[in-house]
Design a protein around this ligand. Sequence first.
Ligand code: AMP
Length: 171
Amino acid sequence: MPKHLKKLINDHIDFPIKGIVFKDILPLLQHPEIFTKVIEEMSVSPIFKNADAILAIDARGFIFGTAISLFLSKPMVVARKPGKLPGDLIEKSYDLEYGKNSLAIQKDSIKKYKSFAIVDDLLATGGTVKCVSEMLKEFKKEVSGLSVVIELKELQGRDKFNFPVESQLLI
Ligand code: AMP
């Protein structure tokens, strides 16, 4: 784990609803040298080597996915929240640690790739990533793995997946 990463994650108790401890990762972006180290550590994983493209999840997944994409010169596609993407879409709903959500992927964006490395800021219950991986599988695509910055180990999100999961910080 890059040194000092833990100190740059702020806990917000009862956000966005009571009972949730929200892990705010945005302070990390004010420390480019540590942010760079996090991206380097994430990028060395075989998860990316074994993927044709990165699939980044709305919205904080875009921050890390984009940086890894530039670092590795790997193409990136996105899964976005409803109402944001034009064109022909794959859409799916799922349960979140707090509430419900749905995500969409542009069909054209994934056409030419076979395998995807999924990137997000945080793994909680795993519902979000499961939704994305199921959308990819419905289109006969493969998932090489999941790379996140923070993993909330108590929620055992990784048990939902049959692909490798890597996190920089297990909390
Ligand atoms: P889950 O689907 O339960 O694994 O939730 C993961 C998604 O929800 C990620 O995109 C996170 O950004 C967000 N998320 C869920 N729980 C938290 C939390 N405690 N702190 C910050 N973000 C969270």
